[in-house]
Structure formats: structure tokens, C-alpha cells
Ligand binder design. Sequence first.
Ligand SMILES: [Zn+2]
Length: 98
Amino acid sequence: MSGGVTRMMFLCPHCQGKAKTRSSKAMTRTLREVIYQCDDPECGHSFVVHAEAVRTLSPSARPDPSVHLPQSPQALALAAARNAAHQRPAAEPSGALA
Ligand SMILES: [Zn+2]
């Protein structure tokens, strides 16, 4: 395989061996169903994994209005901190010592 595509590695839930992707299909814009097969010939387990986009870390510059992904708590906290930093007046010493 070429093109620099990185496949998600998954371990077999039974023997913890490496499992390989056999096929995958898009279920929705945010959900993909992936069929994996365990590499261990003595195990041979095949199973289905759901790979789902669940939240936004950094917003898209080309957003699709039909896609609704919540902001991660970390992204919201970062945005709030940036806004606070822009709105906070420069800290000055009060000069009043009590
Ligand atoms: Zn296995």
C-alpha cells in the first residue's frame, strides 16, 4: 500500500494479538465500520470495530453544516483562556499598600 495512509492498529480482544483490517465501509459522515481479523492463526478471531469522530479539537475551515461534532472540553477551555487574555486589561500595581 502506498500514499502514506496510516491504518489504525487494533489488538484482538481475545488473544491480544495484532489484528489486520479486512474491509471497511462508511456508515455515516462520522462513523466507519471496520472488519478486523486476528493475525494469530491459532486464534483467527474476526470482529467489527466502529471508528467514530466524536468531538472537535480545532474547527474546520470548510465546515459541513450537516456535521455536528461538539467541541472538546480542552478546546473550549483553551478558547476561553484566549478570550480572557485578549479582554484582560494590562495588570498594573495598585500602589495602595494596606
Ligand atoms: Zn486473536
